[in-house]
Design a protein. Structure first.
Length: 301
């Protein structure tokens, strides 16, 4: 598994996409760019990106996440965020469509578009793939084409226009689920629970054996969130029905499986990076929660 991919890393990986006249702060604050998918990579590495991405995929392939994969067998709109790692594997020679990538700074430049970060399509744990019908595909294609044209324009406020198009992409996708709304917090417990779950997800993926999980138990998370541990545990249990410890254990197991399947690290390195002092402790923990030894998961791959 590679280190988190930056915008610069992306352009280095795909030099044909590297803009000759588009700096990394092309929007003044932040970066955005729009591409056609005809020249997209057949396989993209399993990693986390430090930018957002919206892709209109026309072509067959698979999206791989840590614990699942999704078959793309018809046009699809994919939303990815800087938290959740994934990889792409094309299965058909013909690939078309568009995608745009943009940074957190680009979003923060506008209060109106700040809400994109809270959209159900970018939120942790959501389903990030939307399959449009024929009419919606036409609308989405038109938006991407306009975004490409706007990137080449000399209009002084073109980045405001591009933010509006991003917002429009979000709402076109959300029309498929009209009862889904932007995230709001009903009470203090909901907010504490949401902050905990987001912070938990931000600890991953583990990109190097030299990196060690920083927050390992509920007390660590309570300290990081500046709340009393009892308040944290009560809030998480009230909102999710699961204990804080159960959430942490489940996420560690999910990451452990990803490391066993997607890296060649030895068991000791994986155990250490996940915060276990001894490999034997990790093995006991893994068997307790999965019923299998780590070596069995690796052999299955």
């Amino acid at each position: 598994m590679k280190q988190t991919e930056s915008v610069s890393d992306f352009y280095n990986r795909l030099p044909s996409h590297a803009p000759t006249d588009v700096p990394l702060d092309n929007a003044g604050i932040g970066h955005i760019n729009v591409f056609s998918r005809e020249t997209c990579a057949v396989v993209s590495p399993y990693s986390r990106r430090d930018f957002y991405k919206v892709s209109l995929i026309i072509g067959k392939g698979k999206i791989y996440y840590a614990d699942k994969w999704i078959q793309i067998d018809r046009p699809a709109l994919l939303f990815s965020n800087p938290i959740v790692p994934y990889s792409w594997e094309a299965e058909s020679e013909q690939q078309s469509g568009w995608y745009c990538l943009f940074t957190e700074d680009f979003i923060q430049h506008s209060e109106r578009v700040n809400n994109l970060r809270d959209s159900p399509l970018f939120r942790i744990g959501c389903n990030p793939i939307f399959f449009p019908d024929e009419q919606q595909l036409h609308e989405l294609s038109s938006i991407f084409q306009k975004m490409q044209a706007e990137m080449c324009s000399v209009y002084p406020h073109k980045y405001d226009v591009l933010r509006s198009y991003l917002h429009l992409l979000i709402h076109e996708a959300m029309k498929n689920s009209p009862t889904t709304n932007f995230h709001t917090y009903a009470n203090a417990s909901s907010r504490v629970s949401a902050l905990f779950l987001e912070l938990l997800e931000r600890q991953f993926p583990i990109d190097s054996p030299a990196l060690v999980l920083k927050l390992k138990n509920p007390a660590d998370y309570a300290t990081a969130l500046s709340v009393h541990i009892n308040h944290l545990n009560r809030s998480v249990k009230e909102v999710t029905g699961k204990t804080t410890t159960a959430h942490i254990a489940a996420r560690i197991i999910k990451e452990a499986k990803a490391l066993l399947q997607h890296t060649d690290w030895n068991i000791s390195d994986i155990a250490y990076s996940l915060g276990f002092e001894y490999p034997s402790y990790f093995t006991l923990f893994f068997k307790k929660h999965t019923g299998s030894a780590p070596t069995q998961i690796r052999k299955a791959v």
